[in-house]
Design a protein around this ligand. Structure first.
Ligand code: NAD
Length: 484
């Protein structure tokens, strides 16, 4: 784990400050679990439906990961209910509304965080005029309230079915759910709680269940407010052996954390960085090897043709690359009136064009079922004072990710972008103190992320567990207000 952290999470500082009338809010420390199969032991899971295969698979995966599962559904399918009971879960009809039912358990002294999984299935004949009194909207309200009333660190995922040709009523219902969750994540954040929307659009039930389990687990503790489309899988549901990964800009910071995490997951990792970063890269390689992983350093400027060719040459003898993480990035912050053309070009070259150069050079080695992860930034979505070059490059990454995802559909290669918010690294150590504190206060979880948070997300995107995702932009930002 990273040694970097934030003063507001230091227990001694918190003890001193907790009694003082401060103008700022202190965050709730998160429970992170970055182990490859993050356990849900110590959590209660409340599901609001048990009527079809997806409901059953969701309940089963949460039970398998160790959560105490309770399904509250008056219309639960009896055959499914007996399967869940046999596996150790409960299936009941609601006593009052859902929030009251879940809160009733907590009132009896159970302070385990609550994981609410709400399946939202809007019937085709739903009309906008009927929405306010529709069962699907009441269910959304009650499930959300259950999460809001739950103990600290409670989480929620709404799984909304997307019909192939949705009616206007169905479209409006889903967008209303998305709007509700954009607000709810701000209410849950100070308590360390999170919520997300998964739009299930033809994805297989196992893939949706693995995505939901990830969003409820400790590996995604810093993610909140995501709105994801789960589409039919492109790759296998288990990883082939002997996978090889390349991570650019991996000598330090987020890249080093990603490389370390992928090596822990059993991938053979190539760490790329500029020759000047040799010492830091070697430290990362040594740490990975000492922990039993496989890593090698390839020194190259990934923004040049020669550098991309050098990377391809290093990987060539192995004959394959399964995972490519385009992470190398730089800032050259200046207001546009002071920015030199060279600084504009340099940032676009490293943060954006390098991805295409490296990708082209590695195309002959790219394996079907593989995964490409690109580092964008929340600032690429929102814009930021003094960062015209950086935000141009990071917005370009999002467009490139979507284009690649479409182009590679036939080859079975997935491509997703991560948009980190404020992550504690050497890059953000340069941000003035006041701006850093403001950024935290404008974040739902009231705290910065760690390189390990981005690494856990990259590892998930690299794994078959995320096979329902491609062309998605995943904010790793603790729910930043910017660009929301
Ligand atoms: P960092 O500066 O700590 O590390 C970046 C690494 O990239 C360095 O090791 C650097 O030597 C390497 N690099 C730079 N140019 C290169 C080149 N031409 N070829 C090969 N390597 C090169 O940065 P970080 O904070 O770890 O950020 C990693 C990525 O995440 C970047 O793309 C950054 O824009 C993005 N990001 C970071 C944050 C944050 O809060 N730290 C927020 C949003 C996005």
């Amino acid at each position: 784990m990273s040694t970097v952290t934030d003063w507001s999470l230091d227990p001694r500082v918190r003890r001193v400050l907790s009694g003082l009338p401060l103008p700022i809010k202190l965050p709730t420390p998160l429970h992170r679990d970055n182990s490859p199969q993050a356990s849900l032991q110590g959590y209660r899971a409340g599901l609001t439906r048990l009527q079809d295969d997806l409901d059953l698979t969701l309940a089963q995966i949460l039970l398998a990961r160790g959560a105490a599962v309770a399904v509250v559904d008056r219309h639960a399918k009896p055959a499914f209910a007996s399967q869940i009971r046999q596996a150790g879960g409960q299936v009941t009809a609601p006593a009052g509304d859902l929030a009251a039912t879940f809160a009733g358990v907590a009132a009896r002294g159970d302070r385990r965080p609550l994981l609410v999984v709400h399946r939202m299935v809007a019937p085709p004949d739903i009309s906008v005029a009927e929405l306010p009194s529709a069962a699907s909207m009441d269910g959304l309200f009650e499930a959300g309230q259950a999460a809001a009333l739950g103990p600290k660190l409670s989480r929620m995922v709404v799984v909304a079915d997307v019909a192939t040709q949705p009616t206007v009523g169905q479209q409006v219902a889903i967008e209303a759910a998305a709007g509700m969750l954009r607000s709810l994540h701000k209410e849950l954040g100070p308590q360390g709680g999170t919520c997300h929307l998964v739009r299930a659009a033809g994805a297989d039930t196992g893939a949706v269940a693995e995505l939901v389990a990830y969003l409820l687990g400790g590996a995604s503790a810093f993610l909140t407010g995501l709105d994801l489309l789960a589409a039919p899988s492109r790759g296998p549901d288990t990883a082939p052996s002997g996978r090889v990964a390349l991570v650019t800009g991996a000598a330090r910071g987020i890249g080093a954390a990603i490389a370390t995490r992928l090596a822990l997951d059993g991938l053979q990792v190539w760490i790329n960085d500029v020759p000047q970063a040799q010492a830091a890269a070697q430290t990362t390689v040594t740490a990975i090897v000492a922990a039993g992983g496989k890593a090698q350093f390839v020194a190259a400027d990934c923004s040049s043709e020669a550098g991309a060719a050098a990377i391809a040459q290093a990987l060539q003898p192995g004959g394959r690359v399964d995972v490519i993480v385009h992470n190398a990035g730089i800032t050259r912050d200046r207001t546009l009136k002071r920015l030199a053309l060279a600084q504009w070009r340099q940032v676009l070259a490293v943060n954006l064009s390098a991805m295409q150069r490296v990708q082209r050079a590695l195309a002959p080695l790219q394996q079907p079922g593989g995964s490409v992860v690109m580092l964008s930034s929340v600032m690429g979505i929102a814009g930021n004072f003094g960062q015209t070059n950086y935000t141009a490059s990071k917005a370009g990454v999002i467009a490139l990710c979507k284009a690649w995802s479409q182009a590679w559909a036939e080859q079975g290669v997935r491509c997703n972008a991560i948009a980190p918010g404020f992550i504690v690294t050497e890059m953000t150590a340069q941000v003035p103190l006041f701006n850093r504190e403001m950024a935290k206060q404008l974040t739902a979880l009231l705290q910065p992320g760690l390189p390990e948070d981005v690494a856990a997300l990259a590892a998930f995107l690299a794994s078959p567990a995320s096979r329902a995702l491609s062309g998605q932009v995943l904010r790793c930002d603790g729910g930043m207000a910017f660009g929301a």
